[in-house]
Design a protein around this ligand. Structure first.
Ligand SMILES: [Zn+2]
Length: 97
C-alpha cells in the first residue's frame, strides 16, 4: 500500500461550503481525508466521499485513484475479516462487556 500523507490539522470557517470545496482542489489533501465510500451522483458521475477533519461531515468530491481506493478497501476488508474471526473465538460472556 503506498504511503499517504497524514491528515492535516484543519479547522474551517463559518463558510464551511467554501472550505469543503477547497479541500477537494488539492488532490494530495483530498486523498488524505478519511475515505467514506463511493457513490454515483444524480448526473451519473462517480463521486468519492471523504470525511471533513473539522466537522466530521461527509463531503462528496472527485474520485482519486480507483486503484488506491481498491487497495484501501481490500486492506479494510482484511482487517474486518480478521477482527470478526478473532471475536468469533472470544467466549460469549466477554462480548457483553
Ligand atoms: Zn467541515
Amino acid at each position: 500500500m503506498p504511503s499517504r500523507p497524514r491528515q492535516l490539522f484543519f479547522q474551517h470557517s463559518d463558510d464551511w461550503a467554501t472550505d469543503h470545496s477547497a479541500l477537494m482542489t488539492e488532490p494530495e489533501i483530498w486523498g488524505s481525508l478519511a475515505f467514506q465510500g463511493l457513490i454515483v451522483d444524480a448526473d451519473g458521475h462517480l463521486r468519492e466521499q471523504r470525511c471533513c477533519p473539522s466537522c466530521q461531515s461527509t463531503i462528496s468530491g472527485p474520485p482519486t485513484s480507483l486503484r488506491v481506493v481498491l487497495d484501501s478497501l481490500r486492506q479494510q476488508s482484511q482487517v474486518t475479516h480478521l477482527s470478526l474471526a478473532f471475536l468469533a473465538d472470544i467466549p460469549a460472556a466477554l462480548l457483553r462487556v
